[in-house]
Every structure is written in structure tokens, then in C-alpha cells.
Write a protein that binds this ligand. Structure first.
Ligand SMILES: O=C1O[C@H](COP(=O)(O)O)[C@@H](O)[C@H](O)[C@H]1O
Length: 315
């Protein structure tokens, strides 16, 4: 396969998203045996024969906010982790070069295991880990040593194995209440925006993280923003709290949608057939069906869906 740089129509900087291209039928359509892209949408498992119908249906039914800058890719399991590592590494390299820092927000759950290839060559030795600043899109209000802690999950699975300065890892204060921890986290973010570590969106005024790494629950929740919960409408606070999470543990803090959607890049990493209904609803659901939180995700730059075949099985 020949590697050619892919100029994404939706990628303002054009430094990312190299893709394979063995043939191309127009300037906006490139495909190969493993992947093709169409005006910012790409899918690796659809045969060229079906691509036209697939993309016209998908694009016409995607949420408006996601249409302009969304990329969808479907992978075999191991391939997903490989591609995700390259994606994260490319974005890390871009921001460490351009601004001397890379601000990345982690989710909990299955996401962390899909980052495992970052711990292997070439990334483990080449990434500028010392310039990483790590945050949590959401966190459970439990001690950092608790099995339910998203910090512990990330520390055990990734952070303890790479040389990120401990001062650049922004865990919640687990001695506080949910409300106190959310306020404290927002205060910390405001300070980091003030001193330039976190960028600020000139569009929304909210913090603009370089990369959001999001998971999704089978019910379509992202971060700790659950379907039907009033927190999905929060549009002033940067960080808020929930005490009645339908998924245990009940007490959590979470970024709000304005913060999530102000990021430069966002990746939604979703695997398993158990999530296929929510994926279908977000990407192809009718305008009359209730909008799941995952369908409300966007990014100022680019939103990329990393799906496995199970999660994509109903598309
Ligand atoms: O509770 C949570 O769930 C979601 C989804 O987790 P997954 O294991 O189904 O991938 C996760 O993204 C979020 O950060 C976490 O707190």
C-alpha cells in the first residue's frame, strides 16, 4: 500500500490524517483496500461497491453539528488500537511543536485499553511525554486508589508507564464532595487557561483542549452526561457534578458540552455490538428520535469516530 498524505477538507491544519490511497475517483473521495474517505467521512470496512449509498445516507442523516467535520472509521480490534495510537501521536507532535504543550483529556472505561499501543515503539520512545498535560473528561468521586477511579485506571494502564511529569497530571481532589471537586477542577482549569497551558476558544470562550478522548456507554452517554439528564443542557459551567448517575458509582464530576465541543480534536472510541444501537442513533437516527448525548458531541477542528465492526454493525 502506498502512503499518501490526505488533505482532509475538514482539517484546518492539514497536517493530520494521512491515509492510504491506491485509487481515487475525485478530489474528495479516496479509497484503498483498507480505508476510504469522503468529504471528511471515512469508513474502512464498506466495499467500494456500496460506498456511494452508504455515504449519502450517513451524511444526510448525521446531526448537523457533526456533519461538517466528522470522520467515521471502522476497524478490526487490533487495527483500532494501532490507528488510535498514530492519531494521538500525530496530534501530540503537532501541538508540542506548535505551542510547546499538549493538553489531552482522558475518559474512563474501555478507552484506556485502546491506548495501549502508545506504550510500544515507536511512540513510547519518541513522544514528548514531558510536554503532555493530562486531564479527565469525567471522574468518579471516589478515592484515587478505588477500583472505580478513572484516574487509577489511567495511571495503572498508561500514565505510570510513561515519563509525564506528575505535576502535569490533573487528578481531581478526592477529599472533596462532588460539588467541591467540580468547583475545584474548574478553578484549576481557569488558572491553566490564564497561564496559557490550556488554550482558549476564540469562538466560544470556553477552554480549548488539544484532544478529547471520549468513550460512549451503551445508552449513548459520554463523559458523565447521561441521556435525559438535565446536565446535558448545562451551558455556563465548565465542570459540573452529578449525584444520581444511572451508572454506578452515583457521584461524579464531568466536563460540560461547551467544553467538550470547544476542543481542537475529539475522538470517540466505541466498540462492541452492545453499543451499535446508540451508534446507529447518533449517526443515522431520524431527526424525530430523542438525541443521545453522543450525538451532541462535536469539535472545533475535527471529530473522529473509531468504531469496531460490532459497534458499526447497524450502520
Ligand atoms: O462511566 C463511564 O463510562 C463511559 C463509557 O465507558 P465504556 O467502558 O463503556 O467505554 C466512559 O467514557 C466514562 O469516562 C466513564 O466514566
Amino acid at each position: 500500500m502506498i502512503q499518501t498524505p490526505f488533505r482532509s477538507l475538514t482539517n484546518p491544519t492539514n497536517v493530520l490524517l494521512p491515509t492510504t490511497s491506491s485509487s481515487s475517483t475525485s478530489s474528495s473521495l479516496r479509497f484503498s483496500s483498507t480505508a476510504f474517505s469522503f468529504r471528511g467521512l471515512s469508513l474502512s470496512s464498506v466495499t467500494p461497491k456500496h460506498k456511494g449509498a452508504f455515504f449519502s445516507t450517513l451524511k444526510s442523516s448525521m446531526a448537523d453539528s457533526q456533519k461538517s467535520n466528522a470522520v467515521v472509521e471502522v476497524f478490526e480490534k487490533e487495527e483500532l488500537a494501532v490507528s488510535l495510537a498514530k492519531y494521538v501521536a500525530d496530534i501530540s507532535n503537532k501541538f508540542t511543536t506548535e505551542r510547546g504543550a499538549f493538553t489531552v483529556c482522558l475518559s474512563g472505561g474501555s478507552l484506556i485499553s485502546y491506548l495501549r499501543k502508545l506504550l510500544e515503539p515507536p511512540y513510547v520512545d519518541s513522544l514528548e511525554w514531558s510536554k503532555w498535560h493530562v486531564f479527565w473528561v469525567d471522574e468518579r468521586v471516589v478515592p484515587k486508589t478505588h477500583e472505580d477511579s478513572n484516574y487509577k485506571l489511567a495511571y495503572d494502564g498508561l500514565l505510570s508507564k510513561v515519563p509525564i511529569p506528575p505535576g502535569n497530571v490533573y487528578a481531581i481532589n478526592d477529599a472533596l464532595s462532588a460539588e467541591g471537586a467540580a468547583d475545584d477542577y474548574e478553578t484549576c482549569l481557569r488558572q491553566l487557561v490564564k497561564n496559557g497551558v490550556i488554550a482558549s476558544s476564540s469562538v466560544t470562550g470556553f477552554p480549548k483542549f488539544d484532544l478529547m478522548l471520549l468513550g460512549m456507554g451503551p445508552d449513548g452517554h459520554v463523559a458523565s452526561l447521561f441521556p435525559g439528564h438535565p446536565l446535558v443542557e448545562e451551558n455556563k459551567k465548565w465542570v459540573t457534578f452529578i449525584k444520581d448517575s444511572p451508572k454506578p458509582p452515583p457521584e461524579r464530576i464531568t466536563f460540560t458540552f461547551p467544553v467538550i465541543n470547544s476542543s481542537a480534536y475529539s475522538a470517540l472510541v466505541v466498540t462492541g455490538a452492545g453499543k451499535s444501537d446508540a451508534v446507529h442513533s447518533a449517526l443515522k437516527g431520524s431527526q424525530n428520535s430523542p438525541k443521545l448525548p453522543v450525538a451532541m458531541v462535536s469539535a472545533e477542528g475535527e471529530l473522529k469516530w473509531f468504531l469496531d465492526k460490532g459497534a458499526a454493525s447497524k450502520l
